[in-house]
Design a protein around this ligand. Structure first.
Ligand code: C2E
Ligand code: CA
Ligand code: CA
Length: 409
């Protein structure tokens, strides 16, 4: 099918849906935003295309007569498929969610689940959210994530030596006052001018190649330096969230090192929030408990990221010394469309509140969602409605605007 009229396609979308009319609809939407598309109805042909056409994105129907989508996902995982997968189906939200978790646990990159019937706008949003060029405040000067950029351990090592990693900062606001509360630092790799690679493509490799320690050091150094410059400009006390991979929890010296850097830069440790995903905190409970406790004792805050998606959220929550909870965006982004998501989100916020934690909702993409999470007592909000992640300069500029105002577009 067709390409973008001028310039390279945004990506290759492969669709598997037993209903050809659904496949055609998805194809039209994707083509309209510059994707190259193939829509198939047969699982065997689909898997063959996965191997030979190398799609960057996959749209997968969960319930089909010849083969079920869960089995297809297992086969995709077995092939080490790195495409962004969107799963869709007419089955209930809860079934979709468990399918999503099963796929993520097998290492597939699930962008989101789309309950049928879905609107073209919702699909467009999903496809654009990972490929859109508006991110990072680069005003269109940079292309988006380079899906076709192939790299290995050697390239990553060179990138670390050349310090090609830069941070973008996504604003977080207070739900009640809608004023700036802080930022989350998110890493980007710039392998060449104008090229950006997003973290979900290189963090797993950095972890398996034992490079995550050096990467984390560069991230922390850069983040603290940027943040130390912001404190005097801020209208109130701000926090800065930094993501930590499980692998660095074995590094016994980390807490002392970061505390030393904070002291040198005049950053109060209580303003720094280390975010850990549930699964990562679980890998080695004994070592991680020691490091996390040490970080807390130095005054740093600890956040349990993507809360609600793991298998043992509750166990983690009581066992490890968290001070903050981030409600996963799969719940938050569905509160306007799903009664189940509203119930789950409210229960998670209640749980966090009753444990005395700061509660942050991520993935807030519209005003109704912000109103809902504010109404159920969530403390902080983060998401595209408030702002996309911004480069260092743009994030500093965002802070100079005293009150959050929805983007005018
Ligand atoms: P995360 O910690 O859950 O980060 C939030 C991700 O959601 C970011 O993707 C962000 O751009 C995206 N996002 C923010 N608001 C919205 C929204 O309203 N809607 C949607 N659909 N998405 C939103 P990003 O930057 O690609 O990061 C992906 C993951 O990579 C992060 O997930 C985090 O787990 C990991 N990561 C990022 N930076 C670092 C880092 O410095 N170190 C480590 N170890 N991991 C990192
Ligand atoms: Ca995070
Ligand atoms: Ca998260």
């Amino acid at each position: 099918m067709s390409n973008e009229p001028n310039g390279a396609a945004k990506g290759r979308l492969l669709i598997l849906d037993d209903d050809p009319s659904v496949g055609r609809t998805i194809a039209l939407v994707a083509e309209s935003i510059g994707f190259e598309v193939r829509a198939l109805t047969c699982p065997e042909e689909f898997l063959d295309a996965v191997d030979h056409w190398l799609p960057t994105h996959i749209a997968l129907d969960l319930v089909m007569p010849q083969m079920d989508g869960v089995e297809v996902m297992r086969l995709l995982a077995q092939r080490g498929c790195r495409a962004h997968v969107i799963i869709s189906s007419g089955v209930g939200g809860r079934v979709l969610d468990s399918a999503r978790r099963a796929a993520a646990a097998q290492g597939l990159h699930i962008v989101d689940v789309l309950a049928k019937p879905f609107s073209p706008a919702a699909l467009k949003r999903l496809l654009s959210s990972r490929t859109g060029g508006a991110e990072d405040g680069s005003a269109g000067s940079e292309t988006s994530d380079q899906e076709d950029f192939v790299f290995g351990e050697r390239e990553l090592r060179v990138a670390l030596e050349r310090e090609q990693f830069h941070l973008v900062y996504q604003p977080i606001i207070h739900c009640r006052t809608r004023r700036p509360a802080g930022f989350e630092a998110l890493v980007r790799w710039h392998p060449a001018p104008g090229r950006i690679v997003t973290p979900d493509r290189f963090i797993p490799l950095a972890e398996s190649a034992n490079l995550i320690g050096s990467l984390t050091d560069q991230v922390i150094e850069q983040a603290l330096r940027w943040f130390s410059g912001r404190q005097s400009e801020a209208p109130g006390a701000l926090t800065l969230a930094i993501n930590l991979s499980a692998k660095v929890l074995a590094d016994a010296g980390l807490a002392d090192r970061v505390a030393g850097q904070c002291a040198a830069l005049g950053v109060e440790p209580g303003r720094i929030v280390f975010e850990l995903t549930e699964s990562s905190a679980m890998d080695d409970p004994v070592t991680s408990l020691a490091l996390l406790t040490r970080l807390r004792m130095k005054g740093f805050q600890l956040s349990i990221d993507d809360f609600g998606t793991g298998f043992s959220s509750m166990v983690q929550l009581v066992r490890l010394p968290f001070s903050e909870m981030k409600v996963d965006r799969s719940f938050v982004s569905a509160v306007t469309t799903s009664a189940e998501a509203r119930t789950v989100t409210k229960s998670i916020v209640d749980l966090g509140q009753s444990l005395g934690l700061r509660v942050v909702a991520e993935g807030v993409e519209d005003a109704d969602t912000l109103d809902f999470i504010s109404g159920v007592g969530c403390d902080f909000a983060q998401g595209y409605l408030i702002s996309r992640p911004l480069n260092a300069e743009a994030a500093a500029a965002w802070l100079r605007r005293p009150v959050f105002a929805p983007a005018e577009d």
